[in-house]
Write a protein that binds this ligand. Structure first.
Ligand code: SF4
Length: 330
């Protein structure tokens, strides 16, 4: 019996942007936003994608959804290649993949009622109209913890958390198989963040869809994800089962990220120093291991040879020369 393909399979995804300058707008450089990223998301699974601002995680999200065109690489949804598909051929796949953005206010049309916003995809895809559409929208409102009588209200009449619930209801309206959550709780108060995360977990249990969950907050990622991928300067440097990654981080960048999570006890001593300095420019990324300019374990080899993701045992993969010989090679 052949094994079913993962819901989403991304292989060697690259997204470069040209930097133009001068009177003739000639290309003077290249932004290496995403530089050879590979991962998969199983059915009903949540893959967390973490990293500092500017590491390329949002570009990965937009490339997966074909909101930006990848420079190269493969994206397969349910085993079918979707890179290079025309707008018309992408249409059924658009129904299967939805996104929830970071800023719920900016992603909602202030001139439309909440009910019209949630019902719009149903009209655009010709799935429901009239009374049937109203009933479906009311049901979606209930599913995300809003009242159907709030359908007539406008976005400014809702709180931040309620606005994100509207965005989630809109994403649910087409019955997606994959929801890309791009920093969905970063703009919310901490007390509201947990409610929205718990809602996303409950909805996944009910509907069985998958999440690609992008965040810079490790605590949030730890709560919702089954597996976690850590990105640095356009590349995945570590990917593993969530518990294994948090208990046994192997890449110095992951270790530093975990060490930078605030602890409540001021007397507690950190075993790993907090990471220092900024992420280097993706226009001119460092040679060899891109992390070598900030790594406390840097060796001569790291400055010239780029490590690739290699198996460290049990599906835990790490791109670091320190990992060499600790597991099977990937
Ligand atoms: Fe540090 Fe070298 Fe590992 Fe890169 S390859 S993370 S520079 S030890």
């Amino acid at each position: 019996m052949t094994e079913a393909p993962p819901l989403l399979e991304v292989t060697d995804l690259v997204k470069h942007y040209a930097v133009r300058g001068g009177v003739l707008r000639r290309q003077v450089g290249t932004v290496h936003a995403v530089d050879g990223v590979s991962f998969s998301v199983g059915k009903g699974e949540t893959l967390g994608l973490v990293g500092e601002s500017g590491c390329g995680k949002s570009t990965v999200a937009r490339s997966v959804l074909r909101l930006v065109e990848p420079s190269s690489g493969s994206i397969r949804l349910n085993g079918q290649e979707i890179t290079g598909l025309s707008k018309a051929a992408m249409r059924p796949h658009r129904r299967a993949m939805q996104i929830v953005f970071q800023d719920p206010f900016a992603s909602l049309n202030p001139r439309m009622t909440a009910g019209d916003i949630v019902g719009e995809p149903l009209s655009v895809h010709g799935l429901a109209s009239g009374e049937k559409k109203q009933q479906r929208v009311a049901e979606l409102f209930r599913q995300v913890g809003l009242r159907p009588d709030q359908m007539k209200n406008y976005p400014h009449q809702f709180s931040g958390g309620q606005r994100q619930r509207i965005c989630i209801a809109r994403a649910l309206s087409l019955g997606p198989r994959l929801i890309v959550c791009d920093e969905p709780v970063s703009a919310l108060d901490v007390s509201i963040q947990a409610q929205v995360i718990n809602l996303l977990i409950d909805l996944q249990r009910q509907h069985g869809f998958s999440y690609l969950f992008i965040a810079h907050d490790l605590a949030v990622v730890a709560h919702i994800s089954h597996r976690v991928a850590v990105m640095y300067l356009g590349r995945i440097v570590e990917i593993s089962d969530k518990t294994e990654l948090f208990v046994n981080p192997r890449h110095p960048y992951t270790q530093a990220l975990l060490a930078s999570v605030p602890v409540a006890d001021p007397k507690a001593r950190r075993l790993t120093p907090v990471i220092e300095g900024d992420v280097p420019s993706p226009i001119n990324p460092p040679s060899g291991c891109a992390f070598h300019t900030r790594c406390r374990h840097v060796m001569d080899r790291c400055k010239v040879e780029r490590p690739t993701l290699a198996e460290a045992g049990g599906g835990h993969q790490v791109a670091c020369w320190l990992n060499e010989g600790t597991g099977r090679k990937g």
